[in-house]
Design a protein. Structure first.
Length: 349
């Protein structure tokens, strides 16, 4: 019995090594409907870590729809939503292929680190396309670029409000004028998500500039890409988990990737498109006070809050530069010069 157990264990270890050596093309090229979980190992001078990936392939041909959560490990609703999706989605209901990264930044997730990877203190969502020979974060970005984005028909990057961010749920895409079909599909997928607010970002990136952001990297590569933002302040909100799941199912049904929709909520409200953004930066270090929250409407020249020093002395007011709605803001007292304090979205005809 011990010998059998040892043989089984060695076989499993060997299978794990071989499986880890496979690239995404090798896995998705296999026939039949299946689900396979694998990991990409990342080695550096700091610590060996990994990138978990799930591939769910249906029998019938169809698009390759990739979903990434946990690029920021402290953004919990996207991660929990994807965990639930992994339990629910069955290969027999899939058409084409789903490539899912349940937690892109495992170290940040496990160490509860906002924004950056604690191994190299780099922000994964500011590192694309990455480097195969770089730091841990640069290697993760490189794998996502080469193995996930490059093999995708549609790329969905799911985020939320990190530890200090009060955020209004929205879905967003880049308005790339020279790729109208991709932009149109990204908009349509956004509208199908049933999330009330759709944010369109301007796109003026050249082919040689680093994209920095994951779904902007996909757009640069000519792939239809978009992002969901839902959740806030580094906690799990059940309603935001359900909103993300519902949005994903609606998108998968629209793209033709999922033939048995689990979406239960249909929003009869017309979506609101916000195609301009005003970013208010923190002018000085200090302690921030504001009665405003994400989703509030604001007016141009309106006082949104103020910053004090450590003794409670008021240093300056924070003034809105535009009429619009607060998409996200710093939701905790400490603020540092240069950080985005408010992002206000509005519509320009």
């Amino acid at each position: 019995m011990k010998k059998i157990k040892k043989v089984v264990l060695l076989s499993l270890m060997l299978m794990s090594v071989l499986f880890n050596a496979q690239n995404i093309n090798q896995i998705t090229g296999q026939s039949g409907a299946f689900r396979k979980d694998t990991v990409f190992t990342i080695k550096s001078d700091l610590k060996e870590t990994y990138l978990p990936v799930t591939i769910i392939k249906g029998k019938a041909k169809g698009p390759v729809f990739s979903i990434v959560a946990g690029i920021h490990g402290y953004e919990y609703p996207p991660i929990i939503a994807v965990q639930e999706l992994l339990k629910e989605i069955k290969p027999e209901h899939v058409k084409g292929t789903l490539i899912i990264i349940p937690i892109a930044n495992v170290e940040a997730f496990q160490k509860r680190t906002p924004f950056v990877n604690p191994l190299d203190h780099k922000n994964l969502n500011n590192t694309f396309p990455g480097s195969p020979d770089g730091t841990t974060t640069e290697q993760i970005a490189n794998i996502i670029t080469k193995e996930i984005i490059s093999n995708s028909t549609i790329f969905l990057d799911i985020h939320g409000g990190d530890a200090n961010e009060d955020l209004l749920p929205f879905v967003c895409y880049y308005d790339r004028k020279d790729a109208p079909e991709n932009t149109r599909l990204a908009h349509n997928l956004s509208a199908q998500s049933q999330i009330n607010y759709i944010v369109s970002y301007p796109y003026n990136l050249t082919q040689t500039e680093p994209a920095k952001y994951a779904f902007k990297q996909a757009v640069q590569q000519g792939i239809t890409a978009l992002s969901i933002e839902a959740g806030k302040l580094g906690t799990v909100q059940k309603e935001n988990v359900e909103m993300i799941k519902n949005a994903v199912y609606n998108m998968l049904e629209y793209s033709g990737n999922y033939v048995k929709s689990k979406a239960k909520i249909k929003n009869n409200n017309k979506s609101i498109l916000l195609n301009q953004q005003d970013y208010i930066k923190v002018p000085e270090n200090g302690i921030f006070y504001s009665d405003f929250k994400s989703g509030d409407l604001v007016k141009k020249n309106q006082v949104l809050g103020f910053v004090t020093d450590e003794f409670g002395n008021k240093k300056l007011d924070i003034i809105s530069n535009s009429d619009g709605i607060i998409l996200y803001k710093v939701g905790t007292p400490p603020v540092n010069k240069g950080e985005t304090l408010f992002c206000i979205g509005y519509t320009q005809q």
